[in-house]
Design a protein around this ligand. Structure first.
Ligand SMILES: Nc1nc2c(ncn2[C@@H]2O[C@H](COP(=O)(O)OP(=O)(O)OP(=O)(O)O)[C@@H](O)[C@H]2O)c(=O)[nH]1
Ligand SMILES: [Mg+2]
Length: 447
């Protein structure tokens, strides 16, 4: 299968609270999480889905943590259909704003005329009333039913996309909004039918007219008061469609490290990606996707938000996003260490974060980079806040050189960049071999 991208760099990030209020109505429902940048900053992308990775991880309460499943759970999962690809967000249906659905439905319903050939005035009026109410109910309920049918069940999504839904929209909010749309649909059907039936039982023309007006008003009121569920769904679709598309069969390099260590600067050097670079932590607030072309072979590069020294349960959604990429996508890691003290995280804290991440993702192909080496002329940097564990010989060594085999680079002096580029190419080629090998094994297993 070929993979096409209309642009070579995609960006998706958590907005500031101001952007969030401007871009989405979802804040009303206390939606903590990530949203795309405003339209001009989010690049639209066309990319084809690929087969899912072979190893699977389960998202547990917004966590990226791999979970070991017992037999009953596996059996239960096997019973449900699965979408074994990424790319579900690009297939989400277009949702119409609630106001447009309402006005279009009212217009169409009012145009409905009574069945031809009814001579009796009262009969004709109640026939018209019942038909108009029925039409209004259908015009409102059918689009909602289509949304319900075409927004995927979260359980059937690829683990990466499931995790993005949790981190983007907040725990359970995707299902809540779909639930509200569904209950609105049910209410419209039941109230619409009830009033159509009342109207059909009218004994005079006047009564039929009154019942029609009353029914129209009632259905309209319900839709006006609960139609915001549809607008929330529209915002969800917009947000999810803006998530950069990853291709699971294209090797991916994921830049990881503490905040402000120079990850984005390296992404700019290594790939077509041009993420924002600033001298403060958490400049990168989402997943950013760039590409590297080596010998006509295309590879993906993801920039990620920085990781702080803390336990997983205390991590914010930005950090969880980084870990979700590592957990659910078959990436090679380029881990960035800043030993200059410039980034704000002490070398010993960076060492702690590094050990933790390295241990968790020990099966990933890996490159260590010590960044900003143009600033590393003086003695090893030690923060006054560093505790006694900073005397640990491993940390003392780390503070001087970084991890064993780390490549020292500077985007300012360009030191080490050529060595890094060839190492990156080597690792991506190995990653490609791994992916192909896994596909071959999978095909063999599938007979
Ligand atoms: N002197 C020097 N400064 C650098 C180098 N690389 C990056 N910087 C600076 O370090 C700061 C942080 O760089 P970024 O690339 O934004 O770091 P980041 O890790 O992506 O930061 P977050 O997205 O906030 O986590 C910026 O002010 C860069 O100009 C380098 O090689 N030398
Ligand atoms: Mg960055």
């Amino acid at each position: 299968m070929s993979a096409i991208s209309t642009n070579l760099f995609q960006q998706w990030r958590i907005p500031t609270s101001k952007q969030l209020l401007r871009n989405s109505k979802l804040h009303r429902g206390n939606y903590a999480g990530l949203f795309p940048m405003s339209g001009s900053e989010v690049c639209s992308t066309l990319c084809f889905c690929k087969k899912m990775q072979t190893s699977t991880y389960e998202v547990v309460s917004s966590s990226y943590v791999p979970m070991i499943k017992n037999k009953t759970e596996i059996d239960k999962e096997d019973a449900t259909p699965k979408l074994e690809t990424v790319g579900a967000f690009q297939k989400l249906p277009m949702v119409m704003p609630s106001i447009d659905i309402l006005y279009s439905a009212l217009k169409k319903a009012r145009r409905v005329s009574p069945t031809k050939g009814i001579a009796n005035i009262a009969k004709r009026e109640r026939n018209k009333g019942a038909k108009q109410l029925d039409a209004l109910m259908k015009e409102l309920a059918v689009p909602l039913r289509n949304y319900m049918d075409n927004f995927p069940n979260k359980r059937h999504l690829h683990s990466y996309e499931r995790s993005l839904i949790e981190l983007t929209l907040g725990d359970g909010n995707y299902e809540k909004v779909l639930g509200r749309v569904n209950s609105l649909k049910k209410k419209l059907v039941s109230v619409g039918k009830e009033h159509a039936s009342l109207c059909a039982k009218s004994s005079t023309k006047r009564e039929a007219e009154e019942r029609l007006t009353e029914g129209m008003k009632k259905v309209e009121e319900i839709f006006k008061s609960e139609g915001n569920a549809v607008d929330d769904l529209l915002n969800i679709a917009k947000t999810l469609r803006a998530v950069p598309v990853v291709d699971l069969e294209t090797p991916t390099l994921c830049l990881v490290g503490a905040p402000n260590v120079g990850k984005s600067s390296l992404v700019r050097e290594l790939s077509t990606g041009k993420p924002e670079v600033c001298n403060y932590p958490f400049t990168t607030r989402g997943i950013l996707m760039g590409h590297i072309i080596v010998n006509f072979e295309r590879f993906q590069v993801t920039d990620t938000p920085g990781l702080l020294k803390r336990h997983d349960e205390d991590r914010n959604n930005l950090e969880k996003l980084t870990l979700a990429v590592l957990s659910h996508l078959p990436t090679a890691v380029l881990y960035v260490h800043d030993l200059t003290g410039e980034c704000g995280t002490s070398p010993s804290d960076q060492f702690f974060i590094y050990k933790d991440v390295r241990e968790k993702f020990s099966d990933h192909l890996w490159i260590d980079v010590v960044s900003k080496c143009d600033l590393l002329q003086g003695l090893p940097v030690r923060f006054i806040t560093e505790g006694t564990d900073a005397e640990d010989p491993e940390i003392v060594r780390y503070r001087k050189e970084g991890p064993d085999g780390a490549i020292h680079v500077s985007v300012k002096s360009e030191n080490g960049l050529n060595e890094l580029k060839s190492r990156v190419h080597e690792v991506l080629i190995s990653q490609l071999a791994r992916i192909r090998n896994e596909s071959t094994i999978e095909e063999a297993c599938n007979g």
